[in-house]
Write a protein that binds this ligand. Sequence first.
Ligand SMILES: Nc1ncnc2c1ncn2[C@@H]1O[C@H](COP(=O)(O)OP(=O)(O)OP(=O)(O)O)[C@@H](O)[C@H]1O
Length: 394
Amino acid sequence: MADQSTTGVPIELRKVTKAFPGGGEPAVRELDLNIPAGEIVVLVGPSGCGKTTTMRMINRLIEPTSGDIVIDGRSSHDIDPDRLRRNIGYVIQQAGLFPHMTVAANIAQVPKMLGWDRARIAERVDELLTLVGLDAEAYRDTFPRRLSGGQQQRVGVARALAADPPVLLMDEPFGALDPISRERLQDELLGLQDDLAKTIVFVTHDIDEALKIGDHIAIMKAPGHIVQYATPAEILTNPADGYVEQFLGAGSSMRLLRLTKVGDIEVDQVPYASEDADAAAVLVEIERDGRGYALITDGMRRPLRWVSAEQLQGVEGPVGSAGDAITGTLGHRMTLQDALEALLNADNDVVPVVGRRRAYAGALSLSTVQNAIQAIKTRERERRLHRNHPGGSG
Ligand SMILES: Nc1ncnc2c1ncn2[C@@H]1O[C@H](COP(=O)(O)OP(=O)(O)OP(=O)(O)O)[C@@H](O)[C@H]1O
């Protein structure tokens, strides 16, 4: 097996139309879509809007009526369909595993077709099982019916990745799972993608799933067209029209909180000092800052106590044990939603934020979070205005 996996390639849909025999509206109509290399692009929309048809035209399980699909610079017309499909992993709802084959045999299908030798296949199967979080020893010789839905889906992902294709198509892969397994598999997919950087086209009708895992999201509407193609933050802050707004439903600000990490926003810079700092100097710093308090840290800059100007009055020499112990910290990878929850339950209005090795990185209060959300909305709005009216000032 290669040490380095194959990373994603760009895919471009140009005026792609699919009209099924029998007439009526085309299932997909003159659809243009640019899918950047190494991104997760989510097609989302209500039942029947053309998501699956669009996806299946990429690996030519459905042939377009007109238009072109260009994969890594080559028209898919010019690529032999079998060869095309070997280079595009495909994951469907309920995994679609062959029930009479072991897990290993299911995963080995494409490598076997490619004529890999047995040792190489066995090694690859174990590697993939580990990659998707299954113990190879325990699962390789099991049959799919003995696996939970989530485990089957992991095997489905392993199978799609078997020959290391640059592209993955995922059609409602987590649609049949309970909410907890679903969240976990979404997180694991994002973790995998950090390492693999495949081009992934993902179909769902769950807008929250789309917002969580998409780098870009195409919101589709029947018959077969895209109403908005943008980043999750852009869609939340600037829905293109009433249809998108309705599809998002209420709670866009809450979703923005879920999407944004503490480390993404500007946190408050509260003065800090170590326990052995001179109390008088810390007092000067507090007065200069104007907030009335400082954070006391240990020698590794890990937060210990809040200390107020009053508590330092008359203290000679080092700060020592002056102040009140902090009751918690916020991690910079936490979502703003989790941070908000923690802030609402905190004893203090302000909670320290810690970064790598739990070192102090700033502080957060309710009003900081509120301002950050306002700032994100303003920024996205301005970006959109600028895009719609390029060449204006700035
Ligand atoms: N093989 C087919 N023959 C005729 N019509 C079809 C065929 N496949 C899909 N359609 C029609 O094309 C339209 C788009 O279907 P498609 O499956 O792409 O939608 P979808 O957005 O993926 O829906 P869902 O979320 O329910 O899977 C629908 O009106 C559907 O009835």
